[in-house]
Design a protein around this ligand. Structure first.
Ligand SMILES: *[C@@H]1O[C@H](CO)[C@@H](O)[C@H](O)[C@H]1NC(C)=O
Ligand SMILES: *[C@@H]1O[C@H](CO)[C@@H](O)[C@H](O)[C@H]1NC(C)=O
Ligand SMILES: *[C@@H]1O[C@H](CO)[C@@H](O)[C@H](O)[C@H]1NC(C)=O
Ligand SMILES: *[C@@H]1O[C@H](CO)[C@@H](O)[C@H](O)[C@H]1NC(C)=O
Ligand SMILES: *[C@@H]1O[C@H](CO)[C@@H](O)[C@H](O)[C@H]1NC(C)=O
Length: 279
């Protein structure tokens, strides 16, 4: 292959990769030093590649000073928390304002780990009106105390980064099984149905949130719309609802990655056509 052929070959590769990766989350967050710790956690936990592959995400970003409150936790716990901050859908302020019936359940990257119990892999978004939004774990009894601060950056409809006031920590994650080894994610881990507790008291919503939540909706207000509007919290076989949500989550993401693969193929075909012209 001559130098021209090599150049064309390289441009084929470039066309393919630029079409398949919509963004690089590490590079994107790297432009905002105040989220450096979050970026470090995303990279160090190996979540960056998965976030990039998703193609359509919203990251609820917590700044250095606030996120440092979780720095003493285990690696698995930090990974679970960080992945709870990655919504598998695109949300900007406009779309948050369209949330009907005040609150809506969103699937996060933690759900796709296969180790999230109950509603740990989901969060609720609450539209309080007037541009005020609150987020919190969808686990029953958790409070919606992560308040929307501002839009950091949006690249519609690939990735959106929204700053929130504090980390969302799903109750019970410290009792979680370890994360499966990369590539080993095939089935849900066995779950106990003998009533043994998945949610130790250690992580129950604590009172130290009360001061921060002074101007946030009270737990009553925040959680009252959710039981009716969030079917996933309805009593029922936890495994089934979790599995169903996982399915729907991966359906939409696999369709978006399918789109990207198609676009990659189009890029490749076009590059091959230019190769023929060049020869
Ligand atoms: C979103 O990603 C696609 C490729 O997957 C790209 O063509 C498009 O320009 C991206 N949009 C933005 C706003 O970056
Ligand atoms: C994403 O960006 C980071 C920082 O610029 C870089 O180190 C990494 O290689 C990039 N990843 C991909 C898949 O391009
Ligand atoms: C945030 O934390 C990261 C990692 O610890 C650090 O590299 C960065 O400089 C910090 N940014 C600010 C604004 O303090
Ligand atoms: C990302 O993590 C890898 C190890 O997993 C490390 O070698 C690399 O320096 C990290 N990059 C950044 C930008 O933190
Ligand atoms: C709002 O909730 C009520 C009762 O759950 C339901 O009947 C109605 O269809 C919902 N409206 C929208 C727009 O989702």
């Amino acid at each position: 292959m001559g130098p021209t052929g090599l150049l064309v070959y390289i441009s084929v590769l470039l066309a393919f990769f630029s079409a398949t990766q919509a963004y690089n989350v590490t590079r994107l967050l790297g432009q905002y030093p105040e989220f450096g710790l979050l970026n470090q956690y995303i990279n160090d936990s190996g979540l960056a590649g998965e976030i990039n592959r998703r193609g359509t995400v919203t990251i609820l970003a917590v700044d250095n000073s606030t996120l440092s409150s979780i720095s003493g936790r285990s690696k698995d716990s930090i990974k679970a928390i960080v992945s709870t901050h990655v919504i598998l859908d695109y949300y900007d302020e406009k779309k948050l304002m369209n949330i009907k019936n005040d609150s809506t359940t969103l699937t996060t990257l933690f759900q796709s780990s296969g180790i999230a119990n109950d509603n740990q892999g989901h969060i609720l978004a609450y539209n309080a009106g007037g541009g005020h939004f609150y987020f919190g774990s969808a686990v029953k009894g958790a409070s919606l105390n992560a308040q929307f601060v501002k839009t950091v950056v949006t690249q519609p409809y690939n990735i959106s980064v929204l700053q929130v006031s504090q980390p969302i920590i799903p109750p019970g994650i410290d009792a979680q099984s370890p994360w499966p080894a990369p590539g080993a994610r095939t089935a849900f881990p066995p779950k106990k149905h003998d009533g043994s507790s998945d949610t130790p008291a250690a992580e129950s919503p604590s009172n130290d949130d009360d001061s921060a939540a002074a101007d946030a909706p009270s737990d009553d207000v925040a959680s009252s719309p959710s039981p009716s509007s969030a079917p996933a919290t309805a009593p029922g076989p936890a495994d089934k609802s979790a599995a169903a949500d996982e399915d729907s989550g991966s359906d939409s993401s696999s369709s978006s990655s399918l789109t990207r693969v198609k676009m990659g193929l189009v890029g490749t075909v076009m590059a091959l056509a230019s190769l023929l012209v060049a020869l």
